[in-house]
Structures are given as structure tokens and as C-alpha cells.
Ligand binder design. Structure first.
Ligand code: GSH
Length: 211
């Protein structure tokens, strides 16, 4: 498999974690978002959605990290990243989707850049926006994970797609100096999981394109 990735992309970070957890070998192809490589004709021809990550497997290109995670889960079921009971699977998906669909899109690079130009907002305003949506998203996740997880995992006592989404989102929040003090459960989960080799090897600083 080939993963089109950018070291700081939290959506690509999710997929790197899942590939590592499942022991799937992959080649990383760096797409540098800073000069806009994701807008190049070559990248858009391959992934018309123009975002990272994209995963190529057997000549097919997949976009959207959650779709990729589900694809990996179906094609490489071991170790499972979804529980077996439908009720539990729905809960895990709900946690993952609250990060991937509600929280992350509001703080994406293109959204922050649009606030800067053409909307003319300065860095202080952009940071206020970022931190507001982080706080709004993490508040609910803190309550849910403290009820559903064991303090070291977002749900139950094993690694699920919810953890795969949570760890990159907390990395991102720390990068933007968000106050994480109100989220002791989320911090505890992330601190526990970041030590696992599959998570550590997926971390932004461990990527070949990190700089
Ligand atoms: N919903 C998409 C989001 C992908 C996404 O937003 N990727 C970001 C990096 S984390 C990106 O490519 N941003 C480029 C931009 O905003 O211009 C997914 O989960 O894959």
C-alpha cells in the first residue's frame, strides 16, 4: 500500500496508526501541504478531493481517513479496532466521528487560511477560533470517554478507532497550545497510548518528512 501523507496531518496520522496496529507494510509518500502540493494537478488527478491522506491499494485510491480506516478494518480484521457488539461499534464510531466530522473540519488548514484571507483575521483571532472549537469538541468527549473507557482507552479496555482518532487530535491541540487541563481522561488516554510502538512510529516527529 502507498499512503499519501503529511507529517502534521492528523487525518493521515490516524491512518498511520491503524496501518501500524494491523502490521500492514506501507510506503509513505509525502505531500507537503505548506507549498500546496495537494493542489497540484498530479495530486488532484489521483485524489480529486485534494486533501491528505489518500491510500492506494492494488491500483485503487481511497480518500477520507474514516473510510480508509473502515476499509483496513474489513480487509485486515486483526487486531480489531471495532468491538464485536453492534451497540458498542456504534458508540466507538460516534466517538471517532465526533472528532473527524465535527471537531477537525473546523480547524483544518484551509479553514484557518480562509479566516486569514480573504476574511482578514489576525493570528490572535485564528487562534481564538481554533481553541474555541477544540474546547467545544473535547468537552463532550471528556464526559463520554470517562463513562465508556477505562482511563487508558476511549472505549472499553482495548484500542479502538476512537483512540486512533483521539491521539492525533490531542497532538494537534497541544501544537496550538490549547489548555488541556479540563480533560484529564483524554490526556490520560493519550499519554498511555502514545507510548505504544504503533502510535509512536505514526507520530509526526517520527515521519521522514518531519521538519
Ligand atoms: N475528512 C478528511 C479530512 C482530510 C483533511 O482535512 N486533511 C487535511 C490535513 S489533516 C488537509 O489535507 N488539509 C489541506 C487543506 O486544508 O488545504 C479525512 O478524514 O480524511
Amino acid at each position: 500500500m502507498k499512503l499519501y501523507t503529511y507529517f502534521r496531518s492528523s487525518a493521515a496520522y490516524r491512518v498511520r496508526i491503524a496501518l501500524n496496529l494491523k502490521g500492514i507494510p506501507f510506503e509513505s509518500i509525502a505531500v507537503d501541504l505548506r507549498p500546496g502540493m495537494h493542489h497540484s494537478p498530479a495530486y488532484l488527478a489521483m485524489n480529486p478531493q485534494g486533501l491528505v491522506p489518500a491510500l492506494e491499494d492494488g491500483g485503487t485510491v481511497f480518500s477520507q481517513s474514516l473510510a480508509i480506516l473502515e476499509y483496513l478494518e474489513e480487509t485486515h480484521p486483526q487486531p480489531p479496532l471495532l468491538p464485536s457488539a453492534p451497540v458498542d461499534r456504534a458508540r466507538v464510531r460516534s466517538l471517532a466521528l465526533s472528532i473527524a466530522c465535527d471537531l477537525h473540519p473546523l480547524n483544518n488548514l484551509r479553514v484557518l487560511n480562509y479566516l486569514r484571507s480573504p476574511l482578514g483575521q489576525d493570528e490572535a483571532a485564528v487562534n481564538t477560533w481554533y481553541r474555541h472549537w477544540i474546547a467545544e469538541g473535547l468537552r463532550g468527549l471528556e464526559v463520554e470517554t470517562s463513562r465508556l473507557g477505562d482511563g487508558r482507552h476511549a472505549f472499553g479496555a482495548g484500542i479502538t478507532l476512537a483512540d486512533v482518532c483521539l491521539v492525533p487530535q490531542l497532538f494537534n491541540a497541544r501544537r496550538f497550545n490549547c489548555d488541556l487541563a479540563p480533560y484529564p481522561t483524554l490526556r490520560s488516554i493519550s499519554e498511555h497510548l502514545e507510548l505504544f510502538p504503533a502510535f509512536a512510529r505514526a507520530a509526526p516527529a517520527a515521519q521522514p518528512d518531519a521538519c
